[in-house]
Design a protein around this ligand. Structure first.
Ligand SMILES: Cc1cc2nc3c(=O)[nH]c(=O)nc-3n(C[C@H](O)[C@H](O)[C@H](O)COP(=O)(O)OP(=O)(O)OC[C@H]3O[C@@H](n4cnc5c(N)ncnc54)[C@H](O)[C@@H]3O)c2cc1C
Length: 404
């Protein structure tokens, strides 16, 4: 928390959240990390109740919506704290993809959908997933989708093949992006978002995709899914027919702030482990690792880069909060690739300073290294954000870039 950005509300909640993490999560982390997430999930159920008791549950939602009532700037700073452990966001019901799905259902879900899916999701009784990316199409061009939802009376019949549907294992429903209006001239108006219960006939979770040797389980997994003639009522659609991309943009805006601040939290964790190791690892003859200038360089550069990234993300959050998502589009692109790269660099340096220990599962660093490589790919790969930012800069100087 940066003092001049802190509000009274954040100052009151922050120490309680910190104490919760220090007492309930960090001491168990090393053991949990070696267990399957499904096993850990049952332990976390009891921890979630403690979070509810300190009034920090659903931190990004208003009090009327069942949340802690934090604004984007406050959520961002809380997100850094929660991000220091892989279990932080999950214990506070602030984890992706549920947080984004909750925001969509709050805004666009019909009363029946809200009652059936949103309410238990808000309570943390069920989980959800978001199913858009397809193995056969470039995910970085979101209009390229082959999954079809064809209207048949009062139903949609969905056929398609998706992958990297994170957390589908154990989820009660998926929000599926499927083409409903293939003849629409504007490609951004061809797809819709549709709620599909995972127990619907024809919903096949083919596998949890192994990521660098770990297929994961439960919330901590990414699934390949096939939709074979999956029939759901038309009323399961959220938002207007053909409005899927509009909704996706809304979902991604605050989501990128949440991810970036979570990454800053991971950076701080890695940094502190790196500094501790440098200060205590003796090379021999009373000489410590931290006395070597090359190691000092890693520490100093990391400190500067993390601090810069944090300020950039908070600046973007403030702009989004005050001027809206559209006005902050350059800042959002900038932080998305910048913070993701700082994350990767800092975790890599921390591993280097730890030597062999850094790549073992005895250290949280190896988990971060493996699980967070995706940061430079999801929610728009580095190159897409750099290109988008550069296009806007060049437009200011009179060059309209037509093809990227
Ligand atoms: C950890 C993780 C979790 C995910 N969770 C979900 C989820 O829950 N639901 C879901 O639907 N999807 C999810 N995804 C998928 C993600 O959205 C896609 O991976 C992403 O959109 C990129 O699409 P792609 O993998 O098809 O890569 P492609 O589109 O094939 O791109 C490949 C590479 O090409 C380069 N590239 C792309 N565009 C440009 C450009 N304009 N200029 C230059 N180079 C470019 C980039 O280096 C990019 O990495 C997840 C992915 C990861 C890694």
């Amino acid at each position: 928390m940066i003092d001049y950005y802190a509000t009274d509300r954040l100052r009151a909640l922050y120490p309680k959240v910190k104490a919760f993490l220090e007492e309930e999560i960090f001491p168990n982390e090393n053991e949990w990390i070696k267990m399957s997430f499904k096993e850990v999930e049952s332990i976390l159920r009891e921890k979630k109740q403690k979070v509810k008791n300190i009034n920090a549950w659903n931190p990004y939602l208003s009090e009327e919506e069942g949340g802690a009532g934090l604004n984007l700037m406050e959520v961002a700073q809380m997100g850094e704290l929660l991000g220091q452990t892989p279990y932080g966001h999950f214990c506070f019901n602030a984890q992706a993809p549920d947080a984004g799905n909750i925001e969509l259902l709050l805004k666009y879900g019909s009363p029946a959908i809200r009652e059936k899916y949103l309410e238990p999701l808000l309570e943390g009784h069920i989980r959800s997933c978001f199913s858009m990316t397809e193995p056969g199409n470039a995910g970085s061009n979101p209009v390229k989708l082959s999954t079809m939802a064809v209207r048949d009376g009062d139903s949609y019949v969905i056929n398609g093949h998706k992958w990297f549907t994170s957390s589908a294992d154990g989820a009660d429903f998926a929000i599926v992006m499927a083409v409903t209006n293939p003849d629409e001239v504007n490609p951004y108006k061809r797809a819709s978002m549709i709620v599909v219960p995972t127990d619907t006939e024809g919903f096949e979770r083919v596998r949890n995709i192994p990521v660098m040797g770990h297929a994961g389980s439960g919330w901590h997994s990414h699934a390949e899914i096939r939709y074979h003639d999956v029939r759901v009522p038309v009323t399961n659609r959220i938002g207007p027919e053909g409005g899927g991309f509009l909704l996706a943009q809304e979902r991604l805006g605050p989501g990128r702030i949440h991810h970036c601040m979570r990454w800053i939290g991971i950076c701080e964790r890695a940094f502190s482990l790196m500094a501790k190791r440098a200060a205590t690892r003796e090379l021999g003859d009373g000489v410590f690792l931290g006395e070597k200038q090359m190691v000092q360089g890693l520490l100093a550069e990391s400190r500067a880069e993390i601090d810069a990234a944090r300020l950039m993300v908070l600046h973007a959050a403030q702009k989004m909060q005050t001027a809206g998502q559209r006005a902050a589009s350059r800042e959002i692109s900038t932080i998305k690739f910048y913070a993701a790269n700082v994350l990767q660099t800092v975790v890599d340096r921390a591993i280097q300073v730890h030597g062999a220990l850094g790549i073992t599962d005895d250290s949280i660093l190896s988990y971060f290294y493996r699980e967070e490589r995706g940061a430079r790919i999801y929610d728009g790969p580095d190159e897409a954000h750099k290109a988008s930012l550069a296009r806007k800069i060049l437009k200011d100087y009179g060059l309209i870039v037509k093809n990227n």
